[in-house]
Design a protein around this ligand. Sequence first.
Ligand SMILES: Nc1ncnc2c1ncn2[C@@H]1O[C@H](COP(=O)(O)OP(=O)(O)O)[C@@H](O)[C@H]1O
Ligand SMILES: CC(C)(COP(=O)(O)O)[C@@H](O)C(=O)NCCC(=O)O
Ligand SMILES: [K+]
Length: 258
Amino acid sequence: MPVESLIAADIGNTRVHFARFENFRADEVTPPVSTYSYSTYSSDIQGLRNWLTDATLPWYTVSVHRSALATLEAFSKIEPRVNSFTALDHLKLPIDIAIDAPEKIGLDRLAAAVAANHMREKDRPAIVVDAGTAITIDVVSAQGEFVGGAILPGMRTSAKALAAQTDALPQISIDLENQPTAIGTNTTQAMQSGLFWGSVGAVRETIRRVSDQLASDSPPQIFFSGGDVNYLAPWIDLEIETVDHLVLRGVALAAQTL
Ligand SMILES: Nc1ncnc2c1ncn2[C@@H]1O[C@H](COP(=O)(O)OP(=O)(O)O)[C@@H](O)[C@H]1O
Ligand SMILES: CC(C)(COP(=O)(O)O)[C@@H](O)C(=O)NCCC(=O)O
Ligand SMILES: [K+]
């Protein structure tokens, strides 16, 4: 039976994203009617309560952060507007998985792949880029199997690593709104340049290598999503499709199959 109205949650390492879907249709991968997010570390449950409507709905989640999942699950037990709470695992996500240890795959990666698999043109493989705490670049084959991908640090994660691993480099804030000058004339600018343009180049090169390895008859369709997508995507110089809430849409699709 289709689950037309539901709450989907994507519990990431920086933010937890929620979406309410109404009149969800799998054939259209209907976008959410409303979204909310809180920090993974502070879990603003009161803000979540305020965001909820009066409707009592079933909840479905994917998580890559255990304590934030535990916090949300505890909330679900005391909140009357949570009808049911399903933490999806790889067996409940509707996609064939062709990797070494399917139970170890990040469920956000898998949920995004579910959505991309649904949205891609038949016979074209999909490459799914999700830019958050980590940047993940994953592949759905032309046959619709999740076949693996690549994981690299997100820009803020790389910035933290530079500050932590050196004596002299400061912790810098990453200004994603303004693209940095390539030739930095001070330490902060130099770090900003390397982090930003390095990430752009890393993503582009990885997509190129992945495409080469796929060697598919039809070119892969490239989907971009995640909190930092709007900063990264304009610089990739490839035909890409930016999709809001790809992981959450994958969760909503999975709910239809349970
Ligand atoms: N310290 C921070 N302060 C403000 N925003 C941040 C900070 N760290 C990350 N962000 C933003 O939070 C968002 C996290 O992206 P998201 O896709 O939700 O990642 P994840 O799934 O890893 O939690 C990004 O837009 C990122 O730029
Ligand atoms: C790679 C990730 C850390 C990305 O997390 P995110 O940036 O969305 O917070 C997450 O998908 C994860 O914990 N994966 C587990 C290992 C794997 O996917 O192979
Ligand atoms: K990510």
